[in-house]
Design a protein around this ligand. Structure first.
Ligand code: NOJ
Length: 495
């Protein structure tokens, strides 16, 4: 690859790595409270300490530097900065922490990519209705405004929401993730409506107050699974596959990248089904012309997370109970020959990523694209020798680069999930996604680079898949081990 602007990085998120859940004045988030209820998380795990990244800025930055990443995507814990969620309670210790992290990155030429919301809503804001309440639009805007003002001199890449579909559906529809609202037919649509308005609001704040002086970019980051029609010669399956993507991704990106409004097929399906359900109006809310204008064009780049692919077929679904899931009139399956992983539904299907990138290119007019998360979870305590993960990265990155080099997809960056093993939500610490292993039984939470870290470092150094990666890896492995040993001994000077 000869494009030196291509950015390679790794990702993490606040609740999953920071720990320090109530340190130095941090307020509780919905995830703190949820994980504290016995039975909610596998093995009774919590994010109370997690990887202790709150106390390990130097180590983390050092490991990132050893990896050679050009950027690091992390998220800000809203309640660490505003303990009550509002700008009348500012926690200077939280700000210090993020300043140290950002300064450490910048000093090492690592570009921070910062997500403002990765699911850990301040509990105080859940108490007033969470994302079902439109007051959150103002409150999120004032949090974002503060972050731009405080960190925007050094942070030039912002993401408003991580996986908005998961927030709306898992949080307010299926109710599997906090705040565990179980209202599958209507709350997800209302929440998504508010998320889109909040996103647009924050985008405009950046545009109006900060862009001229700070010159960064801002986007949101949907989760996307590629879907393949079950019978490619059956137009109903092809339509079903497109419909699946529109409900999953277009829900957020059609308004932003196209015309300020939801995809036609969503308006049609939800509207039509609401009528059949004898409802007075569609369960999908409607934007005013003014709102459409306000939302259209509110992303500078196209970010997304992707882990897997599925097979989709058309299905005649039931009308009751009302559900976003049934509204799609699709059935998803997986191919049993696709390698499974620790996460149900996540199978390694590398070629799906190339198709997905091409779909984004065609659907949205080839915007600049960043893969923000991609990786594989493996269920094992110790997987330093993680050849399965190397295979996953090798094949996925290869497909991403085919899309870039051969298909002309405007891909600008790739980020591996994850920088290190971390709190994997409902699954606790069992599935491991890290390029670095973390020993969660040791109070010091030592990190050890896995073989995949060495491999990824080589990809970064080569700006693509190394041809003779086997022999180079040995040197890199040795180098990383020496460095790591010195970190452990505490005799490393951090630049
Ligand atoms: C996407 C989420 O953004 C991240 O928090 C999670 O750990 C990964 N998926 C893996 O499941």
């Amino acid at each position: 690859m000869n494009n030196n602007n291509f950015t390679w990085g790794v990702s993490s998120s606040a609740y999953q790595v920071e720990g320090g859940w109530d340190a130095d004045g941090k307020g509780p988030s919905i995830w703190d409270n949820f994980s504290h209820v016995p039975g909610n998380i596998k093995n009774g795990d919590t994010g109370d300490i997690a990887c202790d990244s709150y106390n390990k800025v130097e180590e983390d930055v050092y490991l990132l530097r050893a990896l050679g990443v050009k950027n690091y995507r992390f998220s800000l814990s809203w309640s660490r900065i505003f303990p009550s969620g509002r700008n009348n309670s500012i926690n200077s210790h939280g700000i210090d922490y993020y300043n140290r992290l950002i300064d450490g990155l910048v000093a090492n030429n690592i570009t921070p990519i910062v997500t403002l919301y990765h699911w850990d809503l301040p509990q105080a804001l859940q108490d007033i209705g969470g994302w079902e309440s439109s007051t959150l639009i103002d409150l999120f805007d004032s949090f974002a405004d503060f972050c731009f003002q405080t960190f925007g001199d050094r942070v030039k890449f912002w993401i408003t929401f991580n996986e908005p579909q998961v927030i709306a559906w898992a949080g307010y529809g299926a109710g599997t993730l906090p705040p565990n609202v179980n209202d599958p037919g209507s709350a997800p649509y209302r929440v998504a409506h508010i998320l889109l308005k909040a996103h647009a609001r924050v985008y405009h704040t950046y545009d109006d107050k900060y862009r001229a002086s700070q010159g960064g970019v801002i986007a949101l980051c949907p989760n996307i699974d590629w879907v393949e029609p079950k019978t490619p010669s059956d137009p109903r399956d092809i339509e079903a596959a497109d419909r699946y993507l529109q409900f999953l991704v277009g829900w957020f990106t059609h308004p932003i990248f196209k015309n300020g409004d939801y995809p036609e097929v969503m308006k049609w399906k939800v509207g039509n089904r609401s009528e059949l359900q004898n409802l007075p109006s569609s369960r999908l809310p409607v934007f005013t012309a003014e709102e459409r204008d306000y939302i259209r064009g509110t992303a500078d780049v196209f970010c997304f997370n992707s882990y897997t692919s599925k097979i989709v077929t058309h299905s005649t679904t039931r009308l009751r109970p009302f559900s976003y899931e049934y509204d799609q009139e699709v059935l998803t399956k997986v191919d049993s020959s696709w390698p499974s992983s620790a996460i149900t539904g996540h199978r390694a299907v590398a070629w799906g990523l190339r198709r997905l990138l091409n779909w984004i290119k065609e659907e949205y007019g080839n915007p600049p694209i960043y893969i923000i998360e991609n990786g594989v979870g493996i269920k094992t305590k110790s997987d330093v020798d993680d050849n399965t993960r190397i295979f996953y990265y090798k094949t996925y990155i290869d497909e991403a680069l085919k899309a870039y080099k051969l298909d002309g997809v405007n891909l600008r960056g790739y980020n591996a999930w994850s920088f290190m093993d971390s709190f994997e939500w409902l699954n606790g610490y069992d599935p491991r996604f890290g390029l670095h292993q973390v020993d969660f039984d040791n109070p010091n939470r030592p990190r050890t680079p896995k073989r995949s870290a060495v491999y990824y470092a080589e990809i970064i150094r080569n700006n693509g898949i190394p041809l003779a990666h086997l022999c180079v890896s040995i040197h890199a492995l040795l180098r990383t081990e020496i460095v790591f040993h010195r970190v452990l001994q505490g005799n490393m000077v951090f630049a």
